[in-house]
Write a new protein. Sequence first.
Lengths: 562, 257
Amino acid sequence: MIAALRVFLLLLGPKARGLRTQRPFRLVFFGALGLGCCLGIYLVSAWFLGRCLEVELIGALIPRKLMSLVLLVLLSILLISTTISSFAVFFMSEDLGLLSVSPVQLGPLYFARLLEMTLHSSWMVVFFGLPVFVAYGTVYGASFSYYLGVLLLFPGLILIPACAGAVIATGLTRIFSARRSRDLLVFLVVVAFVFLYLLMRAMKPEQLLDADSFGSMMDFLNIFRAPETSFLPTRWMTDALFPLLLGEPAQVLLPAAAIWTTAAALAALSAWICTGLYRGAFARAQEGRVRRLPGPNGAHPRERLLGSWLDRLARLLPGCSGPLLSKDTRIFLRDTGQWLQLLLLGALATVYIMNFIYLRAADFSWFTLYTVNHILMGLVVSGIAVRFVFPAVSLEGRAFWIVRTAPLALGEFLHGKLLIHLVPLAGLAVALSILSCAVIGVPLVFGVLSLTLILALAVGVCSLGVGLGAVFPRFDAENPAKIPTGLGGVTFMTASLSFVFLFIAASVYPTYVLYRAPERLGNPLGHPWWFSFSLAALVSLAVACAWVPMWLGNRRLEKREG
Amino acid sequence: MIVIEKLTKRFGKFEAVSNLSLAVRPGEVFGFLGPNGAGKTTTMKIMVGLMRPTSGRVTIGGFDVGREPIAAKRLIGYVPDRPFLYEKLSGREFLLFVAGLYTTERRAAARRADELLELFELGRWSGELIESYSHGMKQRLTMASALLHHPRVVVVDEPMVGLDPRGAALVKTIFINFCHLGGGTVFLSTHTLEVAEELCDRVAIINQGRVVAQGDMQQIRDQAGGLAGGQGAGLQDLFLRLTGGADVTAMLKGFRV
């Protein structure tokens, strides 16, 4: 037992030492940002719970239902994230080759990896979930025992989906292979997420704050309907925490015991299953993914058709943009984790347009909706750019030497990346602009103006994405989804959102002048200085955002060595 | 064809390459030998434009790599020590992408890519994704990509790592033909001294960033002649004497594995 514990601690050692090498500035920056978010979540939760308790008759019921819902959401997220992390930690981690040939017992290896995977995939959920529970404590004026209960019960609750995730990942890998299983799982998760997202939006949760808008009490309560089976760990957690909130600790023991005994039993059971299946699953995971059988030109007919279209398109583009387009598109379409996000994009666009249909029904002037629409479109463009444009340079990965040793100026490479990302981004922005303007019902001239603004905005955001992506490259990132999560991603989002707000703010006055022009034929410009200043600000911002980040990115890449 | 003049590269206080000068003629296979950390890879990365020197310069075919990088890179094919490639492309697609970066005409590039895939015995696998290739196959594909644009100089870092004997023999033949029949130049670093002895017309031995000996085998023996047993020794003995490895050899005699 002691030998097993020593192996367990030895395996965790390198990971713990890895944490110490983090740069202090980065830790302080992200720490402050995270604490700010936590504070925001706490304040919003406390305000919302306070408002709920003020509701007559049913006020006391809502927080309990809400806690059950929040826990269910957290547990679902944890189950998904621990399953996906399990593929990486148990089967795709680089040190597994070394460990598999060393005489390490599977038991300690499993528990060390389970702990690492649980911490890795749950810290964010806990970090952003705990403020909600602290808010409960504050609103109910709970004693110390409630906070102690939260701290003691949360690890047990987290362990349950983590063990389940490890078993699912091991079982799937034993049958398929780590990559195929992960692709399949990511696909199912994305489809489920899109479905839930559309469903949630259709429920119009903003109505919760206005109980009068419901036909009856039952309609209102139906909104909170969540699976209420007594076999769900989230139900045990609610049953354990609520007595503590209300100062009735005697009722805590049974649900608390249910959580920890289930967690312990699942840990033992999952260890038994996973260690039993591990050797076979690990061997399966090592199998290369041979996608196509040899044939004429080596390609599948569907791929040949796509390839011929891509090549035709690539020939139309100048310089290195053609080869880059051909390569990046193929890589994008062959990476399930990447192209599946297009589904999310589709859902986002649908919800966006649906929102304007709801807003149009409200009593807003079209000019107000028109201005808000530009800000929201800017946010959508920035959100898409941080996921798809910012990682463009980093996605070259360790193969970037190929571009660096080619007879190609890095500026040309960056402009190639800009061009191939700008076209789809601007296309989406234009589609959103046309659809939303049609839904709002703006006059044609304002529709054309909206298109011009959104195109300039897309160029600025895309340049920021490619340029800052080159300033903060992460060529060693194995998972593309992690590229925007660092300091560079935060810098890009800050810069991009600032650009969007400043650009739209500068556009408001000239647009307003056009809006009021029919009423002010004698003095259509209103304040000519304001008008000139706004136009100059618009042009300067657009030019600066299109040029400066690309210049900075080019300079940084040229200075980069290795 | 390749001229390295007083090349120095420092990383902070550490001098990886120190005042290194070399000249390689057209049609020559030049071996660059040295122990781990001697500065071989750093020198080669400066030659192909992946690093900038602290001082000194490298010219390829008369073009200064620092001042005219595009012109110099047109003449170079580079094979790094680790073949990091685009894993989600097939072998053929990868070669066509590289050809696009060198602005080779598409039909000619496709013909050349197919020829090279056959030459490096990858034709059967040309439609498979690179992620399913073995290390040796990736290494051969990288070599094919280095020869795709008809370079005049090929810079190869550890060409034989990961290759089986058949692959190694193939690569040796290709390099010899490229230089002796095609008039190209190969600049290769290797730890496999038999490869250097068999393949290279001339070699340079580098230790701690400095060239300690250079020339053909006879010249190396002459330069090592001052050291005990220098004359008549094989390249391995000369290498160990020139790089201080002889001490390690003596120490190993008393070490039981």
